[in-house]
Write a protein that binds this ligand. Structure first.
Ligand SMILES: [Zn+2]
Length: 121
């Protein structure tokens, strides 16, 4: 695991270094870097050889962050997703449900009233 490099590198802007490097030996234009997500999916994005591989990559299978270290993948984010609701959200759901029933009852009651009042005349 000695391939970790710091991304911070100065002096790359405006230099003509790239043109000189091209002469020495075969240059690999692209390289595949393997990333593993929490679920064990492997993503192998093709990176340009002069690009420093990011620490994490989005898993191509499940969209979770994947890391270069298979044994220690990054933690999942938003894992609960849509199935998870906070107690507050549940409260709001119940409330609107109850309110809806109440409105329906009122509407029915009004309907009944107007009918019965008409009939009683
Ligand atoms: Zn995955």
């Amino acid at each position: 695991m000695g391939s970790r490099r710091t991304v911070l590198r100065g002096g790359r802007l405006g230099g003509a270094a790239g043109a000189e490097v091209d002469r020495g030996g075969p240059v690999e234009p692209r390289r595949a870097v393997s990333y593993w997500c929490h679920a064990g999916h492997e993503s192998r994005p093709q990176l340009a050889s002069d690009v420093v591989a990011p620490d994490t990559w989005e898993c191509v299978v499940c969209g979770q962050p994947a890391g270069v270290d298979k044994d220690e993948p990054p933690a999942r984010v938003g894992a609960a997703g849509a199935s998870h609701k906070t107690p507050y959200e549940f409260l709001m759901m119940r409330r609107t449900e109850a309110e809806g029933e109440k409105l329906l009852e009122e509407a029915l009651a009004n309907l009944h009233d107007s009918r019965s009042s008409r009939r009683s005349r």
